[in-house]
Design a protein. Structure first.
Length: 74
């Protein structure tokens, strides 16, 4: 039949940026001072979504498209 899925239980999580061991309740890394999320199935902490980075990328893409339209199309 199928394999029985077992849930792994971790006693700590690792920072995805510098691989420092952290407690399960830690929200920031002590060594690199970056925010970390919950633990994933491999024991690494999840990286939080950088909404400001996505917003800045969309803004600059819009500026670039506007420049191309203004310089070459109009």
């Amino acid at each position: 039949m199928g394999k029985a899925k077992t849930k792994r239980v971790f006693s700590f999580k690792r920072c995805p940026y510098c691989f420092t061991s952290l407690s399960l309740t830690a929200e920031t890394c002590q060594s690199c001072h970056k925010r970390v999320g919950t633990v994933d199935r491999y024991g690494l902490a999840k990286k939080p979504i950088n909404y400001m980075g996505y917003l800045a990328a969309m803004m600059w893409a819009g500026i670039f498209v506007g420049y191309i339209w203004f310089a070459f199309v109009r």
